[in-house]
Design a binder for this molecule. Structure first.
Ligand SMILES: NC(=O)c1ccc[n+]([C@@H]2O[C@H](COP(=O)([O-])OP(=O)(O)OC[C@H]3O[C@@H](n4cnc5c(N)ncnc54)[C@H](O)[C@@H]3O)[C@@H](O)[C@H]2O)c1
Length: 509
């Protein structure tokens, strides 16, 4: 079956569909998180839940996720996806290109509902289950075309944590795993393929081992919930964010790494430090857990704590991005894809065409105290337009590493009209001049609604060699493309705002 490619959304793989619309089955905590993430990266969402009141819930969940998501990356985003809601799961299954099931963790319920929607959803629609621990082979039991089912297990909050475990069942086709990997990567996630289906997949097995120990230690009166959390927060938790237990233990073994570590501490593993059986969940144990975590919350509501958690999750990922490690590497890869998509929207330079305008919208956090787009964000919009130009002429990650990059050495901005939060705008970029080392660009930023010129930016860039930090001539093929772009608009009047100094009379136009 040929992939049916829509105008927007994630790429399709092999026989599975390109994803423009995500269908959600069950819109609780996890369904809401999927909706927020998918919509943020331009995917439409059709959400289905048996309870009509979940419509308001999911809309609020998406709105609550927005402030943190909006800060995750400054890379150019596609227009936000649209959300619709239905209590009819068959309507959802007819409209969706990819279905994510998020109903309660009960095998029989999931089997029945998955069997039911698999009769409506065409066989080239992947169906993924968010199950925390059920086996995909069991979930396939009553399905039509079970080869398109897999587990796609996310982590709360789905809109900020990139991990999703992919687990195939006995009947899952390899193309299903690849299609799911492609879709999840498109919406900024790290798809971890769990190659053998085991109860609890990988991550929940590890998390549960720790949780079991916590319950034992609370039960035995060894420590409070707060003390046990401190034992992670101030130590291993910081290490885990980028390296995980195994690599960190390798470092702890000195020059000989893991081998020394196992010789030294391996025998302890035989001592009964930890227990595998969970303790009895008595009322007393439950009370101690509840009282302990309430003390830790210190009067803060779940919403307040969620906001705090979201803020630091964004900040941690941005720090890790600098080191290109763990979730930071995922974020970096996502941004490269977003910039590449933006550049691909430009027509080919070979045709000698002028640059297509770069579309954007004023994000809520770009607003100053007057309710208008703040100064630094104009630089950002011009920077994005410069990035799009660079990619169009072939200056990408590889070029920057091997050859060099244009550095900005001088800038001049003029402000002529305001933009409000959410307002769409577009930036037109002209190459005013180019020689072997210098590139002079002029950007005009227009308000979309009335095509009023809101700001201009003029920049001089110098071509600097990779590693040397010295100006060097740009390679001929790059210069030739820039010259073609310059020449395509050579007949246009020179912009009156170009070449100005501060304090000169304002030009008209
Ligand atoms: N909560 C987590 O931290 C977490 C993390 C990862 C995965 N999961 C998994 O995600 C799934 C959902 O968990 P949750 O925490 O979002 O649960 P939840 O209780 O918050 O949401 C479940 C939703 O499913 C709806 N529902 C019930 N039956 C339905 C049906 N037949 N058709 C359509 N909707 C139906 C309910 O009305 C509810 O809105 C579970 O399989 C769980 O294991 C949960």
């Amino acid at each position: 079956m040929a992939p049916r490619c829509g105008p927007r959304g994630a790429p399709g793989i092999h026989d599975m569909r390109k994803v423009g619309t995500l269908g959600l089955l069950g819109t609780g905590v996890i369904g809401g998180g999927w909706a927020a993430r998918a919509m943020h990266f331009g995917i439409d969402v059709v959400a289905a839940d048996v309870k009509p009141e979940m419509e308001q819930w999911i809309r609020e969940a998406v709105a609550n996720a927005e402030p943190a998501l909006a800060r995750l990356t400054l890379a150019p985003l596609p227009p936000k996806g649209r959300l619709s809601f239905t209590t009819n799961m068959h309507e959802m299954a007819r409209r969706a290109d990819f279905i994510q099931e998020n109903i309660p963790e009960q095998l029989e319920l999931k089997q029945r509902v998955l069997g039911d929607i698999s009769r409506t959803a065409p066989p080239d629609v992947v169906i993924a289950s968010s199950t925390s621990g059920l086996m995909p082979s069991d979930l396939q039991a009553k399905m039509v075309a079970p080869e398109r089912l897999l587990v796609g297990h996310p982590f709360n909050p789905v809109y900020l944590l990139p991990l999703v475990e992919l687990v195939g069942g006995g009947q899952t086709a390899p193309a299903t795993i690849e299609a799911a990997r492609s879709f999840y990567t498109y919406i900024g996630m790290h798809a971890l393929h769990v190659r053998r289906e085991v109860p609890g997949h990988l991550t929940d097995r590890l998390q549960e081992a720790i949780w079991r120990e916590i319950l034992h230690m609370i039960n035995d009166g060894v420590a409070t919930t707060g003390e046990l959390d401190d034992s992670i927060i101030y130590g291993p938790g910081l290490r885990w964010a980028a390296m995980g237990t195994n690599l960190i233990y390798h470092l702890a073994g000195g020059e000989t790494g893991m081998r020394h570590m196992l010789h030294q501490f391996g025998p302890c593993l035989k001592w009964p430090w930890t227990r595998l059986e969970a303790p009895e969940l008595t009322e007393e144990l439950i009370d101690r857990m509840v009282k302990g975590t309430q003390d830790q919350a210190a009067g803060r509501s779940i919403r307040e704590l969620e906001r705090l958690r979201d803020d630091y999750l964004v900040a941690i990922q941005q720090v890790l991005r600098q080191y290109d490690i763990g979730a930071g590497a995922t974020l970096r890869a996502l941004e490269q894809r977003l910039y590449a998509d933006q550049a691909a929207a430009q027509p080919s330079a070979a045709a000698g065409a002028a640059l297509a305008p770069l579309a954007g919208a004023v994000r809520p956090e770009w607003i100053d105290y007057n309710g208008h787009m703040t100064d630094s964000r104009y630089q950002q919009a011009f920077g994005d337009a410069f990035d799009a130009l660079c990619r169009r002429v072939g200056i990408d990650e590889d070029y920057r590493a091997r050859v060099g990059m244009y550095y900005t050495v001088e800038s001049h901005t003029t402000h002529r009209a305001e933009l409000r939060a959410g307002e769409p705008f577009y930036v037109e970029t002209r190459v005013l001049a180019v020689d072997d080392k210098r590139l002079r660009l002029f950007h005009s930023l227009y308000r979309q609604r009335d095509r009023v010129l809101a700001a201009t930016g003029e920049h001089m860039h110098l071509h600097v060699g990779a590693g040397s930090g010295k100006t060097v001539p740009a390679p001929q093929p790059i210069r030739a493309q820039l010259e073609r772009i310059r020449d395509a608009e050579a007949a246009r009047a020179f912009p009156p705002q170009a070449g100005r100094a501060i304090g000169q009379p304002r030009p008209a136009g």
